[in-house]
Design a protein around this ligand. Structure first.
Ligand code: NAD
Length: 512
């Protein structure tokens, strides 16, 4: 396997490629920043565009546009805001095939998988269309003589979203539909590795009738993120990405007085009990570990079989499955797993196979031996490790690629301890036919999203998405009612209607 050098094309050749710019105040431009980042077609291993890396000035322009649009948008009745989202919903559905093609061309995941992420994003738009109901407040008719109280939620102002490469459609759609529905204006900072999708969504929002300035996109990297974190007119930040950056964004954003939710990395375990249905386990595990080349924050990267017999059975079935796993270009309908997003990321994932051997784990199936690895695309075959133990880097660190580790446990309690002692707590699942064991797992497991006989327990849009421990910094999960709470401030009004004599009162009012 040759290591990919992605620095070479970042010079003269890049200048001839199209620029993926910004969308600010209803107009597209390439910004004032001179930085550029190559955007690759991962299946061919060649740059196809370059993302404009937004400067502080570009961020200032986007925040100013959002700030100017905020009074008008927040004063627009919730049901009128919802109408824009209803139209947007239809436009996204009509464009889904095209959007999926863009995702595959920049991310590498299969077309069917890309379509799936568009659908999961649309579900959040559908949830946000119900915002008039979601924003209905509480009312008490009489808290004193002719005094009533009403509580309601108001928008924060300007919200920024910062998203990772692995879901260029779904993760932004976890954020802005709810934020906009609640009356906020928005600045989106997508991943520089697949920057085009957010621009497409901005165009569709404009087509749906969203006023200019309400939704803006600034492409970029750390420089744009820092400008957002420091900008006094940004009221809140939704971040999704790796844990070190999530922690940085949370600490810097909150230090600057912003409300921040920062969703981080993951290492998701699947516990397999001896009584689990074997065929269901194997088909679930293959999709959850190797789908999207393992580049999902809810991918299963560790399987914890209970008992040596269960482990041996799983291992031999997985080896057989990996022999027939179809790896290739994401637009081929036969393909089950596409390339990784960049050559650098592929090389990093592959390096963990070396680490595994050094740490004393067994590389049962080595993805570096796949025939496509020596081609131009950023391919790696599916890999399987056995004999992995907590404390090894391959267990403790997020690999974010098609590498599944087997950690053998003797008992259910041992398996649960493996899950709970991990620093991350995004998702975890158990496969069993015993209700008592399932219930004990659900109650005892330290993770935010938990499954029983479901491999990737991603909550629906009307529930909320978020992990525990170092998989989330902040108090709110994303979308669902938690999303509405995150994107709004709570206000309570106490109103006395005229017609009551009010005497001077120097003691604390008790309204009796
Ligand atoms: P990343 O942390 O490298 O990048 C995320 C965003 O932060 C991007 O927009 C990027 O431009 C920006 N960024 C990167 N480095 C930065 C820095 N030093 N300072 C400021 N901003 C910076 O993540 P990624 O590689 O794009 O995505 C993969 C990661 O995202 C994985 O760790 C995965 O688990 C995580 N993820 C988590 C969830 C979740 O819901 N918890 C969902 C999807 C992905």
């Amino acid at each position: 396997m040759t290591t990919v050098d992605e620095t070479a094309p970042e010079s003269a050749f890049l200048d001839s490629l199209p620029v993926v710019g910004h969308f600010i105040g209803g107009r597209e431009d390439e910004g004032t920043g001179t930085g550029r980042a190559a955007v690759y077609d991962p299946a061919r291993g060649v740059p196809t565009a370059h993302a404009a890396l937004g400067s502080a000035d570009d961020v200032n322009r986007a925040v100013a546009a959002a700030h100017d649009a905020a009074p008008g948008w927040s004063a627009t009745p919730a049901h009128v805001r919802a109408r824009v989202l209803f139209r947007f919903r239809q436009l996204v559905e009509d464009a889904a095939e095209d959007l999926a093609r863009i995702i595959t061309s920049e991310h590498g995941k299969t077309h069917a998988d890309a379509l799936g992420e568009v659908t999961r994003g649309l579900e959040v738009v559908e949830f946000a269309c119900g915002v008039p109901q979601l924003l209905k407040g509480d009312h008490s008719e009489a808290v004193g003589r002719r005094i009533e109280a009403v509580s309601f939620r108001q928008p924060l102002g300007v919200v920024a979203g910062i998203s990772p490469f692995n879901f260029p459609a779904m993760v932004p759609m976890w954020m802005f539909p709810v934020a906009l529905a609640c009356g906020n204006t928005f600045v989106m900072k997508p991943s520089e590795r697949d920057p085009s999708l957010s621009l497409e969504l901005a165009r569709l929002l404009q087509k749906a009738g969203l006023p200019d300035g309400v939704f803006n996109v600034v492409n970029g990297d750390k420089q744009a993120v820092d400008a957002l974190l420091e900008h006094p007119d940004v009221d809140a930040i939704s971040f999704v990405g790796s844990t070190p950056v999530a922690e940085y964004v949370y600490r810097t954003g909150t230090a600057n007085g912003k409300r921040v939710q920062a969703l981080g990395g993951a290492k998701n375990h699947m516990v397999v009990m001896p009584d689990a249905d074997v065929d269901t386990v194997i088909s679930s595990l293959m999709g959850a570990a190797y789908g999207s080349a393992g580049e999902r924050c809810m991918a299963i990267s560790v399987v914890v079989p209970v008992g040596q017999k269960t482990a041996d059975m799983l291992r031999s079935r997985l080896v057989a499955e990996l022999e027939t796993l179809k790896v290739g270009e994401g637009n081929d309908p036969e393909v089950e797993m596409g390339p990784l997003v960049t050559g650098a990321h592929r090389d990093k994932v592959a390096s963990y196979l070396e680490v595994a051997s050094e740490e004393g784990a067994e590389v049962v199936v080595d993805g570096r031996e796949h025939a496509l690895v020596d081609g131009d695309g950023f391919f790696l075959g599916g890999s399987l490790l056995d004999g992995v133990r907590p404390g090894m880097r391959v267990h403790d660190e997020e690999i974010f690629g098609p590498v599944l580790s087997i950690v053998r446990a003797d008992t259910f309690d041992d398996a649960l301890a493996v899950v709970n002692e991990h620093e991350f707590g995004n998702g975890a699942t158990i496969f069993t036919s015993d209700g008592g064991t399932a219930q004990a797992f659900l109650m005892g497991v330290q993770a935010g999203m938990v499954g029983v006989n479901v491999p990737i327990p991603v909550p629906m849009a009307f529930h909320s998405f978020g992990g525990w421990k170092r998989s989330l910094f902040g108090d709110h999960h994303i979308h669902g009612e938690e999303g509405v709470r995150f994107y709004t401030k709570y206000k309570t009004a106490t109103v006395r209607w005229p017609g009551v004599d009010v005497s001077k009162q120097f003691v604390m009012p008790t309204n009796v």
